[in-house]
Design a protein around this ligand. Structure first.
Ligand SMILES: [Ca+2]
Ligand SMILES: [Ca+2]
Length: 512
């Protein structure tokens, strides 16, 4: 139950946190777009280029030079051409590129300009269009520094689409072909200029930061065009060229984010799906494993194992087994002791019962203290001297009977042994049943008589004992223990009484 609650709480927390994350990534107005940084389509300082001069995931050529801080796509020398292209094609449909760059030159006018590319195939490193290939298939964003058509409309930023067939119209600065553009001066600015190129849902947007401030968010709209259809997968590239005039064309950051329509790739949904998938796979493997175990046991019945392989029984060590056996033995001993204790209690209870019975029936024994006159010896209770004598007689009779019974039993035993021996001898002849049978019959009748005598004796004693318990059929309930106890007590009393009597007589003689 507690685990269920925890899971529920975790799920709610994940949903909330992911929605918060989405909101942070997508400020109001930008639409709910999921962005993911694509490091394989990006470069940035520091360590832009490695020690050997290569840029990870990129290839550059021509007059381009990469350092740890930037890529100088075309240096400020005449007729320079260079380019840098991603090594692999994109694997996402929509994207946003932020380029941080500088075009600087000592001249009032610079040349030729810088180009951003998204094309189906990589362009050249020394082509005719801003350092790369003409007749490209895809998109080119040109930062055209030089006013070829002399219309005083440069530097100019423009987007030009090409299906791979049209040669670029340099003469007219591409005005006959451009999709859209804006007149912006991007040369020799105090801070790096920036361009943000977004392609999402077939809408192309180019934002420009003129480098007059160091506020990274000072973008303004340059162009926006709907219904732009670009090759599904392509390469990103940057190229630049100089002519008779020359600028340094430096690129510091090329940051690519892939854009994802909500629902097509929601991270948390994906995670949940992944975890569900893994859980399912785990369960499947677990089932498979169990099945294989079962199959193995079926195939190898001689290696019989307990049903639960991981049970404690399976791993019991010798010491554990020994301990268990000791414990079991001790338990048995405890049980035995309990039984003995119970029986002892029973015996003690009976004794106490007997004692109380006697104390009620027999008067407190007179005590002799100093020269005090003894109390009248005749019992106040009800047992008189005669009773005691009778009891003694009965007792004697009983013991006589018991002895008789004992001897009878011994003779029975002897006779039975004789019979057994005769049968064991295997004579096969049938002993006249009358003889042995007669003897047994006679013995049984003797035993019966003896028992009746014992019974009568006990009944007599019972009648004589002057208590209600004794009167109500005590001959049936008084056991051997009780009987012996009574006998012992009475004998003691008798002895005491005789001793007392002799002493008091002696004293009386003294007085007279
Ligand atoms: Ca131009
Ligand atoms: Ca122009």
């Amino acid at each position: 139950m507690f685990r269920l609650k925890c899971l529920l709480f975790l799920a709610i927390f994940l949903i909330i946190s992911s929605s918060v994350n989405t909101n942070l990534q997508n400020p109001p107005g930008s639409g709910l777009v999921h962005k993911r940084f694509e490091y394989k389509y990006s470069f940035k300082p520091p360590y832009l280029a490695q020690k050997d001069g290569t840029v990870p995931f990129w290839e550059y050529g021509g007059n381009a030079i990469a350092s740890s801080e930037m890529v100088r796509v075309a240096p400020s020398l005449r007729s320079q051409k260079g380019a840098i292209w991603t090594k692999s094609k994109t694997n996402f449909d929509w994207w946003e590129i932020e380029i941080v760059f500088r075009v600087t030159g000592r001249g009032r006018i610079g040349a030729d300009g810088l180009a951003f590319w998204y094309t189906q195939e990589k362009g050249d490193y020394n082509g005719n269009v801003f350092g790369s290939s003409d007749k490209w298939n895809g998109l080119g964003i040109f930062f055209d520094s030089f006013d070829n058509d002399n219309k005083h409309n440069n530097p100019y930023i423009m987007a030009v689409l090409n299906d791979g067939n049209k040669p670029f119209d340099h003469t007219n600065d591409g005005t006959t072909q451009l999709l859209s553009g804006c007149l912006r001066d991007f040369r020799n600015k105090p801070f790096p200029t920036r361009a943000k190129i977004e392609y999402y849902n077939n809408i192309l947007t180019v934002l420009f930061h003129n480098g007059m401030t160091n506020n990274n968010e000072d973008y303004e709209m340059c162009l926006r065009s709907d219904g732009v259809i670009l090759p599904k997968n392509g390469y990103f590239g940057i190229s630049a060229a100089t002519g008779g005039l020359a600028d340094d064309h430096d690129v510091f950051h090329f940051l690519t984010h892939s854009l994802h329509i909500p629902g097509t790739m929601e991270d948390h949904v994906k995670k949940v799906e992944d975890s569900d998938k893994l859980k399912k796979e785990y369960e499947e493997y677990q089932e498979k494993l169990n099945q294989q175990k079962k199959d193995y046991r079926k195939e190898h019945p001689e290696e019989k194992k307990p049903e639960d392989e991981w049970g404690d029984e399976w791993f019991e060590t010798d010491n554990q087994r020994e301990l268990r056996q000791i414990f079991q033995g001790q338990s048995q001993m405890t049980e035995g002791l309990k039984e003995i204790s119970r029986k002892m209690d029973e015996v003690i209870g009976r004794q106490e019962n007997t004692l109380s019975l006697i104390s009620r029936g027999v008067p407190q024994q007179p005590q002799v203290q100093g020269g005090q006159q003894p109390v009248q010896q005749v019992a106040v209770g009800g047992i008189t001297r005669q009773d005691v004598d009778l009891l003694i007689n009965n007792q004697n009779m009983l013991s006589h009977n018991i002895r008789e019974l004992q001897s009878t039993l011994q003779s029975i035993n002897a006779k039975a042994d004789g019979i057994m021996q005769k049968q064991g001898a295997g004579t096969g002849s049938v002993q006249p049943a009358g003889g042995a049978g007669y003897d047994i019959q006679g013995l049984i009748s003797e035993m019966r008589d003896g028992l009746n005598q014992v019974k009568n004796g006990i009944a007599h004693v019972g009648q004589r004992v002057n208590t209600p318990q004794a009167q109500t059929g005590c001959q049936n309930c008084v056991g051997v223990t009780l009987y012996l106890a009574i006998t012992t007590v009475q004998l003691t009393l008798m002895l005491l009484y005789s001793w007392y009597k002799s002493r008091s007589e002696a004293q009386a003689k003294k007085f007279y």
